[in-house]
Design a protein around this ligand. Sequence first.
Ligand code: HEM
Length: 151
Amino acid sequence: MHTFFLILHSWMRWVVILLGLWVWISAFGPFIGHKPYLPVHRRSGLLFMISCDLQLLIGIILYVVGGWLAGWKDMSQAMAQPAVRFFTVEHETMMIIAWILVHVGWSRVKKTQSDRQKLSRSLVFFGIALLLILLATPWPFREVARPWFRT
Ligand code: HEM
C-alpha cells in the first residue's frame, strides 16, 4: 500500500506543477495587457486547487503509513537526520502553507468583481504557492533526493 501511494504522490507532483504553471502563464499576459479574466483562468485555478487537495490527501496517507509520525516521539533524533527531518516536518509544513495559500487565493479571486484584481490575485497567491511547492519538493539534485519519475 505504501508503494502504491508513494508512486501516486510522486507522479501527482507533475500534475500539480504543470497546472500551477498553466495558471500562472495563462494569467500573466492578460494581466500585463489589461485584458479580461476569462473562463480559462477560472478553470485552470480550480484544477490547480483540486490537484493540491488530492496531493495533500495522498501526502497525509503517506505520512501515516510511511511511519513518519514516529519522528514526533523523539524530535531531537529526527532533527539530527536530514531525510527524517525533511519528511517529518519541513516538507509537510511548506506544502500545507502552499495549500492554504491556494485556498485563500481562490476565495479572494472569487470575491472580487474586477478582472484586473482577479488576475493579480491569481498571479500572487497561486504564484507564491507554486514557488513553495517547487522549493519543498525533494528533487534528485537536493540533499534529500528522490527520483524525477518513480516506478
Ligand atoms: C503539492 C504538494 C506536494 C508535492 C508536490 C509533494 C511532492 C512529493 C514528492 C515528489 C515526494 C517524493 C516521492 C518519491 O519518493 O518518489 C514526496 C514525498 C512525501 N510527501 Fe509529499 N508532496 C506534497 C505534499 C505533501 C503533503 C501535504 C504531505 C503530508 C501532509 C506530504 C507527505 C509526504 C511524505 C510523508 C513523503 C515521503 C514518503 C516516503 O518516502 O515514505 N506531501 N512528496
